[in-house]
Ligand binder design. Structure first.
Ligand code: SAM
Length: 337
């Protein structure tokens, strides 16, 4: 930390003088922060400088933010993957300008994933674009659980799945990548999300087994039923936050991510209810539903399917890596159930 501050001070006095320095670090609201006149800045120095500056401005995860952005500019995903020598080389003018441009975006509280326009989900690198929801690590667990269960029916030559609320395509594309005999129908109420899922599918060469529709599970049930063939399983990470909890979200999320990707209404179930109703019509016998939900939801959903009499069975609740009950697995009853 001390070294960072002294580096910052040195740059400030050696090249710009105090008043210029203040302009250099002008507030993000004034627009992009201009790159320094200093032409001898190394990547290592830039990382420390920006981590310090992010800290001063109350940006969350200041060091990680700086590291991700600068490694991205150097063509790598993490700083560990950048060659040591490269870290100690002086940044080119173009690199320095790009670092300043991207770090200035982070100063506006834009999430790093949107700043660098990509993020890894399991073994995929996905393009990210605001305001499409940024995939979270819990959802990687959801995908692992689905894949683990599907091993039991891996002998099937044709498997079909529906994903409700595909966002960037993280879940659907991971499943398609891992299961060669799978065909996926994915839908989202956001046109931007639909386009991003298609773009990610094309980049990954997975578009041949994916149909993506701009449809709303609340309003377009009939259209979904007419477009989508019966499926062996349905997976969804729907909006599930209770509306009253939306204001507790980080500034990064509130300012940049689509609120309708997060807000599940008064009880957090406004999208989950129609998903359950749709599942009972679309699933094949003994087909499964995998849902990512809020920790308060599993017992409520268990009760709900009894009340809704949809022909669904509540199989189990699974926990995430922090041991919170976050995943519900349900089953469409077969003739023998
Ligand atoms: C929490 S995000 C999940 C995105 C992605 N599946 C993931 O895990 O990264 C929820 C997604 O559901 C979509 N969505 C919200 N309400 C919907 C509705 N009524 N019908 C269809 N999609 C909806 C949002 O646009 C958003 O992309």
């Amino acid at each position: 930390m001390l070294r960072t501050i002294s580096l910052l001070n040195r740059l400030m006095h050696r090249h710009n003088g105090v008043s210029k320095h203040r302009r250099l670090w002008s507030s993000a609201a004034e627009g992009a922060v201009a790159p320094p006149a200093d032409r001898s800045l190394t990547a290592e120095q830039a990382v420390r400088l920006w981590a310090q500056h992010f800290t001063l401005h109350g940006i969350s995860e200041p060091l990680l933010s700086s590291q991700y952005i600068i490694s991205h500019v150097l063509g790598e995903k993490t700083l560990e993957r950048v060659q040591r020598k490269r870290l100690r080389d002086t940044l080119t003018d173009g690199e320095r300008e790009r670092v300043w441009e991207l770090c200035s975006k982070r100063l506006t509280r834009m999430p790093v994933q949107y700043v660098i326009e990509e993020w890894d989900f399991r073994d995929l690198t996905l393009k990210m674009k605001p305001p499409v929801f940024i995939p979270r690590p819990e959802t990687e667990e959801l995908v692992s659980q689905v894949l683990e269960d599907l091993r039991l029916i891996s002998h099937r030559t044709d498997l079909r799945c529906l994903e409700v609320g595909c966002g960037s395509g993280a879940i659907s594309l991971s499943l398609l990548r891992s299961i060669p005999q799978l065909r996926v129908f994915a839908l989202d109420r956001s046109q931007t999300a639909v386009c991003l899922t298609r773009e990610n599918a094309n980049r990954l060469g997975l578009q041949g087994r994916l149909d993506v529709y701009h449809l709303d599970v609340i309003k377009d049930a009939d259209a979904i039923l007419s477009k989508c063939d019966p499926v062996d399983f349905l997976v969804s990470n729907p909006p599930y936050l209770l509306s009253q909890n939306m204001e507790t979200l980080q500034t990064e999320i509130l300012r940049f991510e689509d609120h309708s990707a997060l807000d599940g209404g008064l009880d957090g179930l406004s999208v989950i209810r129609p998903i359950l109703a749709l599942s009972s019509k679309l699933l094949t016998q003994r087909g499964r539903i995998y849902l990512e939900v809020a920790p308060c939801h599993p017992p409520v959903i268990e009760q709900l399917i009894k009340e809704m009499r949809l022909g669904l069975l509540y199989l189990e609740t699974r926990c995430d890596f922090t041991n919170r009950p976050r995943f519900c697995v349900l089953l469409k009853k077969g003739e023998d159930d």
